[in-house]
Write a protein that binds this ligand. Structure first.
Ligand code: ATP
Length: 211
């Protein structure tokens, strides 16, 4: 019999992202959720085809999935979910959550996100469907303050589904890491050693203009 990973978790964290590459900001978000909300498990869900970043070129799903897989294996309770990688796009969070609710019918879902994502949330596909299926657990990012009143106007009822995570905002982003690699600057403080080695081994981000 195959045991479902995270099948026993009462509370399940879902961290969707491009993970291009996975960095310490993602890990801080997962850890804040796990520790402060008592999440039994955190699913890292790399996007196949992110609908809100249509113009941004991305590393292949294989590279991004591999980078997540390498790191989550080092953490108890963190798991790679291929839910978006293995289905045809577009990959909307509302659909992902419906799939996960079906897979984990007994778990309460917490969608983990930075405050930049929360600011943009009203423009996501069917935001009301998302908050009907999961709580939004939000960690602040530098220079991204969310206006809860404005969010409430855009998505009525969202306030009740918001959980703020404590933690010093970390000025780390995939965009900055890719730029640093392109410019030959160090990234050792921003990503785990295995990710740094992977980026260099596969020559990622070196000659991708505008990324
Ligand atoms: P990019 O710069 O390429 O747009 P990113 O660094 O924002 O990427 P994503 O993989 O797109 O990373 O982010 C996935 C989720 O993780 C998003 O909800 C994002 O807000 C959150 N996140 C990423 N970095 C941080 C951080 N430093 N602090 C808090 N949340 C973060």
């Amino acid at each position: 019999m195959v045991t479902l990973r995270c099948g026993n978790a009462d509370r399940l964290g879902v961290l969707g992202g491009t993970f291009d590459p996975l960095h310490y900001g993602h890990l801080a978000l997962a850890e804040a959720g796990r520790d402060q909300l008592g999440l039994g498990c955190v699913l890292f869900v790399p996007a196949g085809d992110p609908p809100h970043k249509p113009s941004q070129p991305m590393s292949s799903a294989q590279h991004r999935g591999m980078m997540v897989a390498m790191v989550v294996g080092d953490y108890e309770g963190y798991t790679l979910s291929r839910a978006d990688l293995d289905r045809p796009g577009p990959h909307y969070t509302a659909d992902l959550l419906a799939i996960l609710r079906h897979t984990y019918p007994n778990a309460e879902l917490y969608f983990l996100m930075g405050s930049d994502s929360l600011r943009q949330f009203p423009a996501w596909h069917h935001p009301a469907r998302i908050v009907a299926q999961a709580r939004l657990a939000v960690l602040r990012r530098p220079n991204w303050e969310a206006d809860v009143q404005a969010l409430e106007w855009a998505v009525p009822g969202i306030r009740e589904h918001l959980v703020w995570l404590e933690g010093a905002p970390l000025d780390i982003s995939g965009t900055d890491i890719r730029r640093r690699v392109r410019e030959g600057l160090p990234i050792g403080d921003l990503v785990p050693p295995s990710i740094e080695a992977y980026i260099h081994k596969h020559d990622l981000y070196r000659d991708q203009q505008g990324r």
